[in-house]
Design a protein around this ligand. Structure first.
Ligand SMILES: [Zn+2]
Length: 382
C-alpha cells in the first residue's frame, strides 16, 4: 500500500498499491520512469472520463504531475465543474491551466507548481484556496471568484496578474509574497480584503514580521486596490494605511523611473523619497498616530536641548561648565521657549552658526506643531 500521508490532515492516506521499489504509488511518487508517466497519463484520462458524467469530486491530493502529463480539464469547459477540485499538496512539474473554466471550489493549499497557474477568465463558484502554495506565475486576469480567495502564505516566485479580477468574497493576502516581477492589481475589485490579524502599522508591507504583503514591483496598484476596497467598506483606519502605502510606493516608483533619466533626477527622487519616509514614517505613521507625532516632537525638543547644552560657544553662551544641572536645565528651558516661539529676541547676540541652528529648529517646530494639530484633528473628526 502507498505510504503517502497528508501533511495537513494525518488521517488522509492513499489506498493505491505502491509501485515496486517504492513506498509510494504511481500518483504520489516524484520520480517516474517513462513507462510510469505513460501509465499515469492513462490513469488520469480514465479518472477524468469517469468524473465527467457524474461530475464527481476530483480528488488529486498530494499527486505528483510530471510536466509531460499535465492536468487538462478542457473537457469540462462546456458544462463546468460543479464539484470541488482538490489539488492540495500536489506537485506540478509544469503549468496548471484552468483558464476559461467554470469551476466549483479550487483547493491548491501547500501545492508546489514549478510553472504557472492560470485561471484567466475563469469563474470559481466557490472558494479559491492557495494558502502556503509556491508557484512561479499566477494569472487571475478577468477571473471571477464568487467565494473567498485565500492567498495566505502564498509565494509567487515571478509575478502575479490580477488585472480586472473580481473577488465577490474576501481576498486574503496575509504573509503573501510576489517576488521578482511583483504583481499587477489594476482594475481588481474585492468585497473584503484581509491582510492579517494585526491592525495596520507602518510595517504592514512586510510579509515575514508583520504578516503583511510583499510585492517586488507594481506595489502601488495593490494599495490603490486596497484603498478602494477599504474605502467602500467604510474602514477608515485601513483605508488611511492603504493610502499611506500607495504614496510611499509612488515615491519608490519615481526613484526607479528617474534612475533611467539622469543622475540629478535620480538624486532628487531619492531625496523626495527620503524626506517623505522620515516625515510620514517617522512622524505620522499613516496619519492616525497621536503618540508618534508627540514622540517626534519630544525627540526634536530633547535633541535641540542637547546641542544647546553641549555646544555653549556656538550659541554665544559664556558658561564653560557643560556638565552642570543648571546648564542642562537652561538648555531644556531654551528648547521649550524656541518651540513655543517666545523669548527668542536675543537671537542677535548669538553667533552665525548658532543662529542657523536656532532658526532651523524654530522652523522644524512649526512643522511639528502643524503635524500634531493635523493628526489630533483627524482623530477627533473621525
Ligand atoms: Zn499514493
Amino acid at each position: 500500500m502507498c505510504e503517502w500521508k497528508s501533511a495537513i490532515d494525518q488521517s488522509r492516506g492513499c489506498a493505491v498499491t505502491a509501485e515496486p521499489d517504492s513506498p509510494l504509488c504511481l500518483f504520489h511518487s516524484e520520480q517516474k520512469t517513462i513507462d510510469q508517466v505513460d501509465r499515469f497519463r492513462a490513469a488520469l484520462a480514465a479518472k477524468l472520463e469517469a468524473a465527467r458524467p457524474s461530475n464527481a469530486r476530483l480528488d488529486f491530493r498530494g499527486w505528483d504531475f510530471p510536466a509531460t502529463a499535465p492536468l487538462n480539464l478542457g473537457r469540462f469547459r462546456t458544462n463546468g465543474l460543479t464539484m470541488p477540485l482538490d489539488l492540495g499538496e500536489t506537485h506540478f512539474h509544469g503549468d496548471l491551466d484552468l483558464s476559461e473554466l467554470s469551476l466549483r471550489d479550487v483547493l491548491l493549499e501547500n501545492a508546489k507548481i514549478e510553472g504557472a497557474v492560470r485561471l484567466r477568465a475563469a469563474l470559481v463558484d466557490g472558494d479559491l484556496v492557495l494558502n502556503g502554495a509556491e508557484l512561479k506565475h499566477l494569472s487571475l486576469r478577468s477571473a471571477v471568484i464568487e467565494g473567498d480567495a485565500d492567498f495566505t502564505g502564498l509565494k509567487v516566485l515571478d509575478s502575479g496578474d490580477f488585472l480586472g479580477t473580481t473577488f465577490k468574497g474576501v481576498a486574503m493576502f496575509a504573509s503573501s509574497r510576489f517576488m521578482n516581477n511583483g504583481a499587477v492589481f489594476t482594475g481588481t475589485k474585492a468585497v473584503g480584503l484581509d491582510l492579517g490579524p494585526d491592525s495596520p502599522s507602518t510595517a504592514w508591507r512586510r510579509s515575514k514580521r508583520s504578516k503583511g504583503i510583499e510585492i517586488a514591483k507594481g506595489e502601488r496598484s495593490f494599495w490603490q486596490f486596497a484603498l478602494g476596497t477599504y474605502s467602500s467598506l467604510g474602514d477608515r483606519e485601513r483605508a488611511d494605511a492603504a493610502h499611506f502605502y500607495e504614496r510611499s510606493a509612488s515615491y519608490a516608483d519615481a526613484v526607479v523611473e528617474a534612475k533611467g533619466r539622469s543622475r540629478p533626477a535620480y538624486f532628487r527622487a531619492r531625496l523626495d523619497q527620503y524626506i517623505a519616509y522620515c516625515f510620514w514614517n517617522g512622524l505620522i505613521g499613516y496619519g492616525t498616530s497621536v503618540s508618534r507625532a508627540l514622540f517626534g516632537w519630544l525627540v526634536a525638543a530633547i535633541g535641540f536641548a542637547c546641542l544647546y547644552a553641549a555646544l555653549p560657544a556656538v550659541f554665544g553662551r559664556p558658561d564653560p561648565h557643560i556638565f552642570t544641572w543648571a546648564n542642562w536645565r537652561e538648555a531644556l528651558f531654551m528648547s521649550m521657549r524656541v518651540f513655543v516661539k517666545i523669548g527668542t529676541a536675543s537671537i542677535a547676540t548669538v553667533p552665525p552658526a548658532g543662529q542657523v541652528l536656532l532658526c532651523s529648529y524654530a522652523a522644524a517646530s512649526t512643522v511639528l506643531i502643524t503635524v500634531f494639530v493635523a493628526v489630533v484633528t483627524r482623530k477627533v473628526m473621525r
